[in-house]
Write a protein that binds this ligand. Structure first.
Ligand SMILES: NC(=O)c1ccc[n+]([C@@H]2O[C@H](COP(=O)([O-])OP(=O)(O)OC[C@H]3O[C@@H](n4cnc5c(N)ncnc54)[C@H](OP(=O)(O)O)[C@@H]3O)[C@@H](O)[C@H]2O)c1
Length: 270
């Protein structure tokens, strides 16, 4: 198998540092995860590379994403930071390279780092490129600057309590798939009574229902866990099929509950 497209269900690696982090990544690969999502700012690029090598899998069988930090978007730092990521992971090319956050208040001109992103792909540093934490207005600017078909995804916070309908509508209109980060609302989703009932009916975990819902909505998902039990439960989401009534009921759970909203955030759509 060569992963030409983004696997539907991947693994978040935030916090998976040190030997414990490496062990969790290896366990995840053993369970079947093939997409590892890292970033320059997570301190996990090294563990991701080590896990890829120790897994014994061929390079083409694993899909790796990294992200250029918002502190390295300027012309002087952008390309060296991408080369440093490749060195740290120990690969010639990542499968997907994202802009982690747009530059706050345009401290770095938008055109500069979006052009650099395309250039990184042209140089062969990334097979696919995309963005993260971009609201619709910035997606529009991106399309105007580099065209409609260059981006593979926009990675944003989405879970059953933050379904981002305006952004989702916009992304669907321009044919851009979204990647749902923090898809379990950092584990909080496990307490939702509606999801609990649906999970009991299916004999699976609440997390698996949440992830199955997001995938059925057309999003990629990248849940994270350091526990084998939860890694397995989350991976099982790939086998959960929700019916139309269940999908409709879960859609009503959206309450615009955003967990990640730092000072540097752009103006969100929802
Ligand atoms: N682009 C961005 O700006 C951005 C921002 C945030 C995150 N991300 C990416 O998205 C990934 C996922 O986000 P996240 O790690 O913040 O949050 P998350 O995946 O929503 O939740 C992870 C938390 O939920 C718990 N958990 C996992 N599976 C569970 C289950 N089946 N039942 C109950 N609890 C469970 C985990 O604890 P245990 O370890 O004990 O299982 C962990 O504390 C990150 O690792 C990162 O790769 C990207």
């Amino acid at each position: 198998m060569t992963t030409n497209t983004i696997p539907k269900l991947g693994l978040g690696t935030y916090g998976r540092t040190g030997d414990e982090g490496l062990a969790a990544l290896l366990k995840a690969i053993e369970i079947g995860y093939r997409h590892l999502d890292t970033a320059q700012s997570y301190g996990t690029e090294q563990n991701v590379g080590e896990a890829m090598r120790r897994s014994g899998l061929k390079r083409g069988d694993l899909f790796v994403t990294t992200k250029v930090a918002d502190t390295r978007l300027d012309k002087a730092q952008f390309m060296p930071s991408v080369r440093a990521s490749l060195d740290t992971i120990g690969v010639d090319q990542v499968d997907l390279l994202l802009i982690h956050w747009p530059s706050h208040r345009d401290a770095v001109p938008f055109e500069d780092y979006m052009t650099a992103l395309v250039e990184a792909q042209q140089k062969g540093y990334a097979r696919l490129i995309g963005v993260s934490n971009y609201p619709a207005a910035l997606l529009e600017k991106t399309v105007a600057l580099i065209g409609k078909d260059k981006l593979a995804t926009n990675q944003v916070e989405i879970h059953p309590h933050l379904q981002a309908p305006k952004l989702v509508d916009h992304a669907r209109r321009i044919g851009l798939p979204l990647t749902a980060y923090q898809p379990l609302a950092k584990g909080e989703i496990a307490n939702d009574p509606v999801l609990k009932r649906i999970a009991e009916n299916h004999g699976v975990t609440v997390a698996a229902v949440a992830l199955a819902f997001l995938m059925a909505e057309g999003h990629y998902v990248i849940p994270a866990s350091g526990s084998e039990t939860n890694l397995r439960a989350n991976f099982a989401a790939g086998t959960v099929s929700l019916d139309a009534a269940e999908m409709a009921e879960i859609r009503t759970l959206d309450r615009g509950y955003r967990r990640i909203d730092p000072e540097k955030s752009p103006a969100w759509d929802d």
